[in-house]
Write a protein that binds this ligand. Structure first.
Ligand SMILES: [Zn+2]
Length: 406
């Protein structure tokens, strides 16, 4: 049964405009001229794409600049500012700030998010419970995947593991880690793999978040991924150490990641803001070269990470802007390079979250229209989505600006 028509849409890489028929939340037909007595959105030749997918976003500590300042500008400064503010977090407060961020994300064309949620005896399950409510209340616009993790350490903070297990028993989708915060980093990595095995869930680590190439935890994660048979189920985020490796060492590291089936999430806004703070001039950018890893088949995503907090005092939840920031810092310009940046905020994170990557019959009618003719153009011009639908229902409109001539 036909419920809705999108007309004159430009599918990525296609020359002919198509109409897309939507019925019961799904795409039921894609053809050149469809008609029906149903509501219509005329895309007027603009690009249609599956929604953007955010693979790493902290909703629970977003929008707290009014109460938490990063006095040193460093990673440690951000961690202690948030840890102090966290004692004042309540479930309703986390819900309200998270809702504000999700609403921004929806209007920027994102319809699926993996959100990292802090669990420890201080905050208890307040953050987790707030995010579960957001997941239910915003399911009409955005799918939330909940990744619980010990931001303040596991072995050094007794009671954390029990709470993580309680969250996993009650709807958490996967487990995160933060070994650099632990008194026993490799012990944390092993324990998290054991827990992931117990619950049959994927893993997503904050890892190697500095520029010192003399040590790292990547090898320990790779070793356990192989030992546990968890290839293809492990992501590592930041890994700013990769940005300082000479080519031969980077190639060797890429081979290790590929063999262990480990993917990389780059968080350009945070990595640029926090790294290299000990440099007075010639500040290194600290952004891992994900585009070089994708050439070797490593799954790579670009994500927002933090919004308006001591880790990143900026944020609009725009993934086209974040991918543009990555392209700019990484000095990328060709059609193929920009297309790859688009893939890192769409195809790759979609696959990671088990979402479809292509507009096709029988898939969910969850897509956006962008004022561009190609995916590369979306990145070069930071195109903002003008309209979006999830499961057959229109979720936002943001018409292109109009000039008012004299
Ligand atoms: Zn993070």
């Amino acid at each position: 049964m036909l419920d809705y028509l999108v007309r004159n849409a430009c599918l990525p890489g296609e020359n002919t405009l198509v109409d897309i028929a939507v019925g019961q939340g799904k795409i039921i037909k894609i053809a050149t001229s469809l008609t029906g007595d149903v509501p219509v959105f005329d895309a007027e030749g603009q690009l249609i794409s599956m929604g953007f997918v955010e693979s790493h976003l902290h909703l629970d500590k977003a929008c707290i600049l009014d109460r938490a300042k990063n006095k040193t500008g460093t990673l440690q400064g951000a961690i202690s500012a948030v840890a102090n503010a966290k004692s004042g977090f309540t479930e309703d407060d986390i819900y309200a700030r998270g809702a504000r961020v999700l609403e921004k994300a929806v209007t920027e064309g994102t319809n699926a998010v993996r959100t990292q949620v802090e669990i420890d005896p201080g905050i208890g399950l307040a953050g987790f419970n707030a995010i579960k409510r957001l997941k239910a209340d915003y399911a009409w616009a955005i799918d939330l995947e909940i990744c619980v993790f010990p931001q303040e350490g596991l072995f050094n903070y007794p009671g954390t593991e029990e709470l993580l297990r309680e969250a996993l028993d009650n709807g958490a989708d996967l487990l995160g880690g933060c070994p650099y915060m632990d008194t026993d980093p490799e012990g944390q990595i092993l324990r998290l793999f054991e827990m992931a095995h117990d619950y049959d869930v994927d893993l997503d680590f904050h890892l190697d978040f500095d520029l010192d190439a003399s040590w790292r935890h990547l090898d320990a994660v790779a070793k356990q991924a192989i030992a546990f048979g968890w290839q293809g189920r492990v992501m590592i985020g930041h890994v700013t150490k990769l940005s300082v490796l000479p080519k031969a060492e980077l190639d060797e590291t890429i081979a290790i990641m590929r063999d262990a089936g480990i993917g990389l999430t780059v968080l350009p806004a945070t990595d640029l803001f926090l790294t290299g703070r000990d440099h007075e001039h010639t500040v290194p950018c600290g952004v891992a070269p994900a585009h070089k890893l994708t050439q070797h088949g490593v799954c790579c995503t670009i994500a927002t990470n933090n919004v308006l907090n001591p880790f990143t005092p900026y944020g609009d939840c725009s993934l086209s802007r974040m991918a543009n920031l990555y392209a700019n810092v990484s000095q990328l310009s060709t059609e193929a390079e920009l297309e790859n940046c688009f893939a890192m905020v769409s195809d790759a994170p979609a696959k990671l979250l088990g979402k479809p990557t292509k507009i096709a019959v029988n898939e969910a009618a969850s897509f956006i229209v962008l004022p561009a003719q190609s995916r590369a153009q979306v990145i070069s011009e930071i195109s903002r989505p003008i309209w979006g639908m999830k499961d057959g229902r229109v979720t936002f409109e943001h018409p292109v600006a109009k000039l008012i001539r004299p």
